[in-house]
Design a protein around this ligand. Sequence first.
Ligand SMILES: Nc1ncnc2c1ncn2[C@@H]1O[C@H](COP(=O)(O)OP(=O)(O)O)[C@@H](O)[C@H]1O
Ligand SMILES: [Mg+2]
Length: 285
Amino acid sequence: MIFMEDKHLLMFDNVSYAYDEENADELAVRDVSFTVDRGEFVVILGHNGSGKSTVAKLSNSIFLPSSGKVFVDGMDTADEKSEFRIRERVGVVFQNPDNQIVASIVEEDVAFGPENLGIEPKEIRKRVDNALKAVGMYDYRLHETHRLSGGQKQRVAIAGMIAMQPECIVFDEPTAMLDPQGRREVMNTARELNKNNNMAIVFITHFMEEAVMADKVIVIDNGRLLACGTPEEIFSQKEMLVSCGLDVPDMVKLANELRENGVPLRKGILCEDELVKEYLSILNS
Ligand SMILES: Nc1ncnc2c1ncn2[C@@H]1O[C@H](COP(=O)(O)OP(=O)(O)O)[C@@H](O)[C@H]1O
Ligand SMILES: [Mg+2]
């Protein structure tokens, strides 16, 4: 058992999950332990079918562990009495924005969650406006939801989460169905929520590039937690990543190739900006 500290907002303690309890050998998630601190940005990487969505659903009591425990702010997700408070603290944004939009007008959609929490109308108005501003969709507040692009819909779904004022949002491959522009919009929104609102973020993805900004990266494979560390630590383990169907980000690859060809780049370069800066300083030295 990992000792639970106050800074831990979310904690998985030796969690396993079987979709079919009768066939408990086939675990979708197996003995997974990790923590997410308040204000931390955690990325979970894994190939298709590795158990990422199951982890997302375990994180706010949509699913309950078959064994082990999940704690949210010290509350056991298996404790029925805490379910409401747990859902207030941790929200989950799913892959397909179309399944998450419930109203035909943008601002009505964002108001839906807080209305269900029983919050008074004046406060709801404030929260809806702030949430829409936070995702850059305020100008679209009176637009029809079905006319929005995928990235815009996903941002409205995120605004709906923000309006509930959770301490943590779990994003389950929110960019998988989006074009590059939509991916950037959603990724930047997640980053800004983390930076400006100090919200803890769990960002599940199979795009390596999306992991380079994380405080912590978790790799899961076949239901198991394979590695956990900083982006530098994780992306220096190319063989481990390839063994579970993943890879290093393109910029890490390029930096590795340049290094192998004699360019004395330092280790731990993760993104384009760093690579360009480092390369220029070598050229100019
Ligand atoms: N509703 C379900 N019923 C039975 N098995 C499921 C169900 N959903 C997912 N699984 C299985 O659980 C494993 C993990 O799935 P999932 O968490 O969706 O992975 P990921 O999100 O990483 O693609 C996979 O083997 C998948 O086939
Ligand atoms: Mg999934």
